[in-house]
Design a protein around this ligand. Structure first.
Ligand SMILES: CC(C)(COP(=O)(O)OP(=O)(O)OC[C@H]1O[C@@H](n2cnc3c(N)ncnc32)[C@H](O)[C@@H]1OP(=O)(O)O)[C@@H](O)C(=O)NCCC(=O)NCCS
Length: 366
């Protein structure tokens, strides 16, 4: 069994739970976010549930070789949250889990606790500590990165949901000999969350964009130049919107909505994909809803994106591809400073079932 002594956690401390924590645990666990992302937590949550947790569930975890600490500001301080380590699985790996009371969030509590728990587990001989976060839970994914865990991929349908369904989870892990410090993010957040020139604004896609995206991508010209050239599938659109924070955080791709800066309306879609860090290269792609065309929206948006990419990432080559006949898209690239680089033959699937040639464009950092 693991030792139950208090563990320092930066400015915080991990200490044993006591019945004196019951009131705080009851208020904290009544939070809808906790109910949403930790389906094992009863909802609604009562004082009896808190007592059961403190006197039965947490001690049972310790007895089975796991750990369950209160997170606090000091050894006798108030409960701010809980951090736990599951008993080792069949391969001897541990898994960290956490929750933070709504009144203690956004000040590094979960990150400090997850980091301290992992390092404490390594000191107890655990070789690998895993961390899974719902794909819809960017806050928890950010905790993982901030606590030095490395992203390892998505496990589809791996997590039971409160409604009886199954959800995808993002998997992270820390090994005992990992450096434990988060490296610089290849795709940092936009400063302040969005980029704007006063006419257009670009910001990450959200679930609220799903209907507008779906409608826009169903327009005939959008479909003709999509890969594959078909109407989008709503499930795929929802997945794109839900995964955007995870893809951005892990440097896989950036999916953006182009918005009318005056009204906030979704006017288009812009993406940075095929990100290849060793080459410092990524590809941009875009589409503007028909009713916003002819106003320079996409040229402005591409300009905002390329300026950010060269100013805030290590990318030095931005590329784009257009069908040979797609004059409007080629004009956008020319006006945004791109030059023609190559003609790739029979690359793009065309609506008639054949293959179209692709004009490749490039914009270099210098
Ligand atoms: C997820 C949770 C534990 C985060 O706790 P926290 O103490 O606020 O987290 P931290 O202050 O350590 O923040 C860590 C990072 O997450 C970010 N973050 C925190 N809350 C966020 C939110 N609601 N949206 C987006 N980012 C958020 C912080 O800005 C920080 O990012 P940075 O390192 O890039 O600056 C807390 O929101 C919670 O208890 N949620 C409900 C239960 C839950 O989801 N548990 C995890 C299940 S896997």
């Amino acid at each position: 069994m693991l030792p139950r002594d208090a563990v320092p956690a930066g400015p915080l401390v991990l200490r044993e739970l006591t019945v004196a924590d019951a009131d705080a645990v009851t208020s904290g666990c009544s939070d809808p976010e906790i109910a949403r992302f930790i389906p094992a937590v009863p909802s609604p949550y009562t004082l009896d549930d808190a007592h059961t947790f403190i006197t039965k569930i947490a001690p049972d975890l310790w007895d089975r070789g796991g750990a369950c600490f209160a997170i606090s500001d000091s050894p006798a301080g108030a409960w701010l949250g809980t951090v736990s380590l599951k008993p080792p699985d069949v391969r001897g790996n541990g898994e960290v889990g956490y929750m933070v009371a709504p009144w203690a969030r956004r000040r590094g509590v979960a990150s400090a606790a997850a980091r301290a728990l992992a390092e404490w587990a390594f000191a107890q001989g655990v070789a690998r500590v895993e961390l899974v976060a719902d794909v819809d839970n960017p806050a928890s994914q950010r905790v993982a990165v901030a606590a030095g865990f490395r992203y390892e991929g998505v496990q589809r349908g791996a997590s039971p949901l409160r409604d009886g369904g199954r959800g995808d989870v993002a998997s992270f892990a820390r090994l005992a000999d990992d450096p434990g410090e988060p490296g610089p993010r290849y795709l940092p957040d936009f400063p302040g969350g969005s980029l704007s020139d006063g006419v257009v604004e670009i910001s990450p896609l959200t679930l609220a964009d799903a209907d507008g995206y779906q409608e826009m991508m169903g327009e005939p010209e959008a479909m003709a130049y999509s890969v594959p050239p078909e109407p989008p599938d709503m499930e795929e659109t929802l997945r794109r919107c839900r995964y955007t924070p995870l893809w951005w955080l892990t440097g896989e791709r950036a999916e953006m909505g182009v918005r009318d800066a005056l009204t906030g309306e979704l006017a288009g879609h812009l993406q940075l994909m095929n990100v290849v860090p060793p080459l410092g290269q990524a590809m941009i792609g875009y589409n503007l809803a028909r009713r916003f065309r002819g106003r320079g929206f996409m040229t402005r948006s591409v300009g905002l994106l390329t300026e950010w990419a060269f100013g805030h990432t290590a990318l030095h080559r931005l590329v784009a591809g257009t069908a040979v006949g797609n004059t409007a898209s080629q004009r956008v690239l020319e006006r945004a400073g791109f030059t023609r680089e190559a003609l790739i033959r029979s690359l793009l699937p065309s609506p008639d079932g054949g293959w179209d040639d692709d004009v490749q464009w490039v914009l270099l950092r210098d």
